[in-house]
Write a protein that binds this ligand. Structure first.
Ligand code: SF4
Ligand code: SF4
Ligand code: SF4
Length: 283
């Protein structure tokens, strides 16, 4: 089963390979990975480099390339991401957001630890399962970075092939979580509890975003969550860092307007976690 991969990052020092997979059920207002959200293939279009030569137009059988008010635009509702037009562009403006890769092709680039990230890796659960099975057969350590937005029925199959789950927590307040990400907190936490009950080691990776979740009740909520788990090794603070607006523009989307926390705000929040006696994890 092949997988849609947006990027593969190598950490030679830690011997870790991180694979970013396409697909995410959440819709975080501050999203810093717009290219992974949709599970399907997507065309990136660099409008700044387009010379309006129209050479891509005849390559698209769905007439997704058009001129509107003198500007070349792509009809995103028509585009199915077939990539038939990409080779026609002399300016290199049209590129795929992801590559389709087999588990073997991914593992051929893998070092001693494989980290699957997203989005939500389990959107591609069949390919992920095959990849994890093949990784373990080669003696590779495995980790899934998850949002918790997956079907509980998927847990039994992946458990034996996953050494660590890094749970990406966006908030501990159900109202804010629903408003800011579209997700139901109790559903995500129910999956976290199931992993914990199965004896799986977890880390809580908590996103820190000023004016969204950096309140004392978030720190208290994280402390309570950590203390309720039996196999959680600690919390990894993850201060928000916005991605380049150009990344959004490549998908014809407007970038979100969220600011990162100042060093003082981050330090003060982390101190609340330390004061609550929570072990901190660094990357
Ligand atoms: S979980 Fe990550 S990829 Fe998904 S919407 Fe939120 S920030 Fe974006
Ligand atoms: S990727 Fe395919 S569907 Fe989309 S614009 Fe190019 S040729 Fe048309
Ligand atoms: S082929 Fe490239 S440069 Fe020419 S119109 Fe299409 S996107 Fe623009």
């Amino acid at each position: 089963m092949k997988l849609e991969v947006t990027k593969i990052l190598q950490d030679r020092v830690k011997q870790q390979t991180t694979v970013h997979l396409k697909g995410c059920p959440l819709r975080c207002g501050w999203c810093d990975r717009p290219e992974v959200r949709k599970p399907k293939k997507e065309l990136l279009y660099d409008v700044e480099s387009c010379v309006s030569c129209m050479m891509c137009f005849p390559e698209c059988s769905l007439d997704a390339h058009n001129f509107v008010n003198g500007q070349h635009v792509i009809d995103r509702y028509k585009c199915v991401g077939c990539m038939d037009c990409t080779d026609a562009c002399p300016a290199g403006c049209l590129t795929p957001a992801s590559r389709t890769m087999s588990p073997d092709a991914i593992l051929s680039q893998c070092q001693s630890t494989l980290i699957l990230s997203g989005g939500e890796p389990l959107v591609q659960h069949e390919g992920v399962l095959e990849l994890l099975q093949k990784a373990k057969a080669k003696g590779i350590s495995t980790c899934i970075e998850t949002t918790g937005a997956f079907y509980p029925s998927q847990i039994p199959a992946i458990l034996p092939y996953t050494d660590l789950f890094v749970f990406r927590i966006m908030d501990t307040d159900p109202v804010r979580m629903k408003k800011n990400t579209g997700a139901k907190l109790d559903v995500l936490l129910s999956n976290l509890k199931k992993l914990d009950e199965a004896g799986k080691e977890t880390h809580l990776r908590c996103k820190l975003i000023p004016d969204v979740n950096m309140h004392s009740d978030y720190a208290a909520g994280l402390a309570a969550l950590y203390q309720s788990l039996h196999h959680c090794k600690g919390i990894l603070p993850d201060p928000y860092s916005p991605c380049s607006p150009a990344k959004w523009k490549l998908l014809d989307l407007d970038p979100p307007c969220y600011l990162p926390a100042s060093p003082n705000e981050t330090t003060a929040f982390i101190k609340q976690l330390e004061d609550a006696g929570i072990p901190l994890i660094t990357e």
